[in-house]
Design a protein around this ligand. Structure first.
Ligand code: ADP
Ligand code: MG
Length: 157
């Protein structure tokens, strides 16, 4: 499971639209890690996923709360931003295990900060600068993640 897939997204709108595609491809479950420096577009992509899942309200960055839960119909989506987590052990107090049940979709910004306390992701999305836009690498880590990446590539364009 080491192949990675590259996708170029020239602007914010393309990022949001790619989020819609992720929403359509996931069937509302899975664990997706979002890697990339501050300002790379992890929250923008998460907003696209949430919108694509049908969430109509605002999407705030859970920088201080660490996790923001969403319910859309009977679907649950958890958006994490672990940037401010001082110690991965703190996730224990957050009841971290309950979030990663199989019926939810989990989007995790800064998973590095939760090392040792998070489950393996299905898919890693690594975001890098590419001129004024962004380049995304999709790295599947499970069979489900590979199916997800394949679907996303089929949807390209
Ligand atoms: P992060 O959560 O990774 O810190 P944000 O989602 O807050 O980053 O986005 C930071 C900035 O990057 C925003 O101003 C957003 O408009 C911009 N941005 C997002 N995706 C792209 C893209 N594909 N190309 C150019 N700019 C983008
Ligand atoms: Mg962010």
């Amino acid at each position: 499971m080491s192949d990675s897939y590259q996708i170029g997204l020239p602007d914010e709108q393309a990022m949001v639209e790619f989020g819609h595609k992720i929403a359509a491809a996931t069937a509302g479950k899975g664990v997706i890690f979002l890697l990339g420096d501050l300002g790379m577009g992890k929250t923008t992509l998460s907003r696209g996923v949430l919108r694509g899942c049908g969430h109509q309200g605002s999407v705030k960055s859970p920088t201080y709360t660490l996790v923001e839960p969403y319910e859309v119909g009977d679907q649950r989506i958890y958006h994490f931003d672990l940037y401010r987590l001082a110690d991965p052990e703190e996730l224990e107090f957050l009841g971290i295990r309950d979030y990663f049940d199989e019926q939810a979709l989990c989007l995790v910004e800064w998973p590095e900060k939760g090392r040792g306390m998070l489950p393996e992701p299905d898919l890693i999305v690594q975001i890098e600068l590419d001129g004024l836009g962004r380049s995304l690498s999709l790295v599947p880590k499970t069979e489900y993640g590979r199916q997800l990446a394949d679907k996303l590539l089929d949807m390209k364009g």
